[in-house]
Design a protein around this ligand. Structure first.
Ligand SMILES: *Cc1c(COP(=O)(O)O)cnc(C)c1O
Length: 379
């Protein structure tokens, strides 16, 4: 089945009891049993819920995987993956990833004796160098947030297999429409479904998709034992979001490309970070593993003062100043003080995330309005 058809039908069958075409919101905590232990496969809603089951099936299908698991947020999905590990295990992680992931690794899990090694994963030799006999997990994000760096998923998957480590890819920025890490050899795909999958800035949710039944069993056990499950209403919202993923992503890509070139040609803009530029450092890898380049980008101004960046951030009228991304509406964000404030300043600057960097999530409004808005804000 082609992707557009799949997104609309994935996981959803008309409800057998009424024929309702949309998956019902099964707002229930428990299920009646005919006799002790005799039931229809649903016992208690932390373990199973029909709305969540439909969505988990959809997650699996849209990532070309066998199994999907839904979590109450993207970070809850990440949390479940790290709980596969034991004290003494080592994780190799990208040095330029979502600030919340970094915060969880350094401030929550490091104290349980899990070792985290951060490196620039865009050069896979760095991963080879960081491997030890204790490496159990490699965690990458591509494109990265907010600098749009690209890591070669297939190349990292080869290294992970050689060393029997699990490769997990945070695929939030690309969405399954642009990139499918399992097809490139990853073991687990993670999403913040809050972003492109939900697509309407109205829900917090995360997911994991995998092919290996044993890994699925372990992660399902963590999901039900630790309990970070989404409610049925939230599952319904993401199911609905996925139906239009392809249409939204097409427009995010079109608008993104126009805005990226507009900014690059703007006399007051210094540098634009977008992975669709042919002179982007990892363009060949991006082109090989992605089907398009999306609507996420960052830029700096020639007047590199923090005051000037803050002035632009407060002057847009269509772009809303807010954290998050991937919704239909355009957002503008200041990583240094907002999404990435939890990363120590020296770490941040060392990795190129300067105080004046501005990040855009280009939405699906009329692109002329978006360009006019940026033009008047940059001044
Ligand atoms: C937002 C985000 C997360 C965290 O997801 P939540 O749904 O906010 O918990 C993880 N990774 C990336 C790349 C994100 O953008």
């Amino acid at each position: 089945m082609k992707r557009a058809t799949q997104y609309i039908h994935a996981g959803t069958e008309p409800d057998p009891s009424t024929g309702a075409i949309m998956t019902p919101i099964y707002q229930t905590s428990t299920y009646v049993q005919e006799a002790p232990g005799v039931n229809k496969g649903f016992e208690y809603a932390r373990s199973q819920n029909p709305t969540r089951k439909a969505l988990e099936e959809a997650y699996a299908q849209i990532e070309n995987g066998k199994f999907g698991l839904a979590f109450s947020s993207g970070v809850a999905a990440t949390d479940a993956v790290i709980k596969l590990l034991l004290p003494g295990d080592q994780v190799i992680a990208a040095n330029d990833m979502y600030g919340g992931t970094y915060r969880m690794f350094t401030r929550i899990f490091a104290k349980y004796g899990i070792q985290f090694t951060y490196t620039d994963t865009t050069d896979i030799e760095n991963i080879r160098k960081a491997i030890t006999p204790n490496t159990k997990l490699i965690w990458i994000e591509t494109p990265t947030n907010p600098l749009m760096n690209i890591t070669d998923i297939a190349a990292v998957a080869t290294i992970a297999k050689e060393h029997k480590a699990i490769l997990c890819v945070d695929n939030t920025f690309a969405s399954p429409y642009l990139q499918n890490p399992l097809d490139l050899g990853a073991d687990i795909v993670m999403h913040s479904a809050t972003k492109y999958l939900g697509g309407h800035s109205d829900v917090i949710q995360g997911c994991l998709v995998m092919n290996d039944p044993e890994l699925r069993e372990q992660l399902y056990f963590i999901q039900k034992s630790c309990g970070a499950v989404p409610g049925p209403m939230d599952c319904f919202l993401v199911l609905r979001g996925i139906k239009t993923l392809h249409v939204r992503m097409q427009r995010h890509c079109e608008n993104g490309e126009k805005i990226a070139y507009f900014l690059r040609n703007h006399p007051k803009v210094a540098k634009v970070y977008w992975c669709g530029f042919e002179d982007h450092k990892n363009y060949s890898v991006a082109k090989k593993q992605m089907r398009g380049f999306g609507g996420m980008m960052s830029f700096t101004l020639k007047d590199d003062s923090i005051e000037n960046a803050k002035r632009v951030l407060s002057s847009t009228k269509v772009f809303a100043l807010a954290e998050s991304l991937g919704g239909v509406e355009s957002l503008i964000n200041h990583p240094a003080s907002m999404t990435h404030a939890s990363i120590p300043r020296e770490e941040r600057i060392k990795n190129g995330l300067t105080d004046s960097l501005i990040r855009l999530s280009v939405g699906i409004e009329d692109v002329d309005d978006l360009m006019d808005d940026l033009n008047q804000a940059i001044g």
